[in-house]
Design a protein around this ligand. Sequence first.
Ligand SMILES: Nc1ncnc2c1ncn2[C@@H]1O[C@H](COP(=O)(O)OP(=O)(O)OP(=O)(O)O)[C@@H](O)[C@H]1O
Ligand SMILES: [Mg+2]
Length: 252
Amino acid sequence: MSATLVLENVARHFGGVPAVDGLSLSVPAGQITGLIGPNGAGKTTVVNLITGLLHLTSGRVLLDGKDVSRCEAPELARAGVARTFQNIRLVPDASVLDNVLAGFHRHEKTGLWANLLGLPSARAETRRLKDEAMTLLERFGMTALAQYRAGGLSYGHQRRIEMMRALAMRPRLLLLDEPVAGMNDAEAESLAGIFRSVAADGVAVLLIEHNMRFVMSLCSRLYVVAAGRLIAEGEPEAVGRDPVVVEAYLGA
Ligand SMILES: Nc1ncnc2c1ncn2[C@@H]1O[C@H](COP(=O)(O)OP(=O)(O)OP(=O)(O)O)[C@@H](O)[C@H]1O
Ligand SMILES: [Mg+2]
């Protein structure tokens, strides 16, 4: 199976203490792959390593077979890696629309000068991006909130803005760090449909989530980590029954 993202024996230590300790996994295009584990297991650290926010202590990260272990965050963003943040990171005083537009940054075709001079090409580009952003808002049921201040909205809405901004990057690899945390079942279910359709479009999706029922219903494959190490992997059904996994959760 051709995998978009592969981690090979990845480790990251903080002051000699391992947060991620020799992890290998693969996230194929067109599927949702789950990464689960107790608090402090190293899940967010994995996302930070993949996106270049943190550098590896050892191991390799491969994107479509190319070693991107030493790439910086902007380079990875240009290569099509997008994420959402567990601790929401929006521009709180900017509007919902402007926060989503920020995601289009890497796709702007016209240059800085065209923009500054207000050339027709720049204006047409701005209009096109706004239309595209509004299409995303519609998909997430937030059209009416386009001009609202992002920071004044509920966590559920802010998490949706995070996802729209990530999708505006038209990613090949999408990393979702607890995207439905704090949402009720109905809200989470409406987002599940969006995650499925994103994967169906060929995007490789890595989903981190504590709600086992949610994860099981969405993922083709699960990786379970505890203390930075892989303790189980496989199809959701089998993993959910694995005594080692049950123990890791009950013990946490
Ligand atoms: N920048 C950092 N400096 C020092 N230690 C860190 C840093 N980032 C993470 N850690 C440590 O690494 C370990 C893994 O943390 P991480 O946030 O990756 O866990 P997690 O699986 O995402 O947990 P949660 O489910 O609570 O979000 C923790 O012990 C944490 O304290
Ligand atoms: Mg985390």
